[in-house]
Design a protein around this ligand. Structure first.
Ligand code: HEM
Length: 429
């Protein structure tokens, strides 16, 4: 009995000293980093602007401006290290000690590869990666084009709204506009219907669709359970939709603010795709180099993932500092993208031409992150975004009254413009 008691006491004392040593070491290493003043219990929580997400970005910009890279901020007892230089981002994104995502990712609804711990993530990434190879993405182009054409649904709604003769349904049903609408609507709803039907009936796919649904088939033939498959599909739909849609919307707004850029892009479209902008091929997309610069510049100024986070699983040297294990590190992509050291004195301006022949540090432009855990869908995104822009800019002149300096940004999970995308579309002749 006495023996057991002594063993218990020794165990507790050992655990206590281990914790003390660990905390002591974390504290010792992190206290060398600059950062806002920290008080007992609350740390530097006093500078966090409560629930007002529209003030998060300005707080981050203020802190990064004051302390440089890296600095440490204590959120109560939890330390977070923030980096905002290309060199430090490279260290974090390429080190095997920071493959895990930061602890705040557990709050996201995405439980697939986006947020899985490193040991599970590796197997899932290996399984999903082949679905994003170039040959498969090429086969998507006609589908992307068809879906981008569905944007004419909005045009139809507008046509109907301004033409009172098309208001009564019984009259409208006899028009060609109605037939166009029905077709576009059918196409719009079809993919999700087909996928769900296939899933329930387990109908084997045709040769034509093998490529198209290879992601689902890949997942279904894997060792993953049905719940995990659903999680991965949700993750990819979620991670792929809003990001590309917001980037295209932001780019359209920026083009509306900069008519000369819009005209230059339109000339490129006309040269490579003609007036109709139909039957787009992969090779044509590759030739749209100015459009690529426009998208890069848009992603630089308005990165959808303005901050991303990793967690150290071992101690890691970061410049002149050493980071302890088990802490969160945030990469402040927004500030890296606006840093004058990398982008010059006009870093806050929208000037796609800056990319012409520019040799820039790849870690100074991180819209898709970098390293082994970068965006799996980036090539998919490039193709779909280029097609969407082709269709919109090829058909419409875009105008706005908003100015770049008036834009207000807020960070929720992704970065959004609070002003809304207030643009006018005028049909090109
Ligand atoms: C403009 C469009 C896009 C942008 C800016 C973007 C950006 C990013 C970024 C920054 C990350 C890293 C996130 C982090 O470390 O926290 C990421 C990861 C990811 N993205 Fe994208 N993305 C885009 C489009 C897509 C598309 C189209 C898909 C799929 C079809 C996709 C699927 C994913 C997935 C699954 C991950 C997690 C990868 C992993 O952890 O292994 N993304 N994306």
């Amino acid at each position: 009995m006495f023996h057991t008691f002594v063993q218990c006491v020794l165990f507790c004392v050992t655990v206590y000293f281990c914790r003390w040593w660990q905390t002591g070491r974390v504290w010792k290493l992190l206290s060398r980093l600059p950062g806002p003043r920290c008080f007992p219990l609350i740390g530097a929580l006093y500078i966090i602007p409560g629930r007002d997400t529209s003030r998060y970005l300005s707080t981050l910009i203020g802190l990064t401006g004051a302390y440089g890279s890296p600095y440490c901020i204590w959120l109560g007892p939890v330390p977070v290290v923030i980096v905002s230089s290309a060199e430090h981002a490279r260290t974090i994104l390429t080190s095997p000690a920071t493959v895990d995502k930061a602890s705040f990712y557990r709050f996201t609804p995405l439980q697939g590869i986006f947020s899985l711990p490193a040991h599970k993530w590796r197997a899932h990434r290996k399984m999903i990666q082949p679905s994003f190879k170039q040959s498969i993405l090429r086969s998507f182009i006609p589908l992307f084009e068809q879906k981008a054409a569905n944007m004419i649904l909005f045009e139809i709604v507008t046509i109907r709204a301004v033409n009172i003769f098309l208001h009564p349904q019984w009259l409208y049903r006899w028009t060609s506009v109605y037939r166009k609408e029905t077709k576009a609507l059918e196409e719009f709803c079809q993919p999700s219907k087909t996928i769900l039907a296939r899933k329930t009936t387990s109908e084997p796919s045709s040769t034509e669709s093998t490529n198209r649904f290879s992601l689902i088939e890949h997942l279904q033939s894997s060792a993953l359970g049905s719940e995990a498959i659903e999680q991965e599909l949700n993750t990819i739909i979620f991670a792929g939709n809003e990001t590309s849609a917001m980037t295209v919307a932001n780019t359209i707004l920026l083009l509306a603010m900069h008519p000369h850029v819009q005209e230059k892009m339109l000339s490129e479209i006309r040269v490579h795709c003609g007036a109709e902008v139909e039957n787009i091929e992969y090779e044509t997309l590759k030739r749209l180099t100015y459009m690529e610069m426009v998208l890069k510049e848009s992603l630089r100024l308005l990165p959808i993932a303005a901050v991303i986070g990793r967690r150290t699983t071992a101690e890691l040297d970061l410049g002149q500092y050493r980071l302890p294990a088990d802490i969160d590190v945030v990469i402040d992509i927004f500030d890296i993208h606006r840093n004058r050291e990398y982008w010059g004195t006009d870093a806050d301006r929208f000037r796609p031409e800056r990319f012409e022949g520019l040799q820039y540090d790849p870690y100074a432009l991180l819209p898709f992150s970098a390293g082994s855990r970068n965006c799996i869908g980036l090539r998919y995104a490039w193709i779909s975004m280029k097609i969407m822009l082709l269709k919109v800019v090829g058909r419409y002149r875009i105008e706005t009254d908003l100015k770049l300096e008036e834009l207000a940004m807020k960070i929720a999970l992704t970065m959004k413009i609070s002003n809304g995308h207030m643009v006018r579309l005028r049909r090109r002749q």
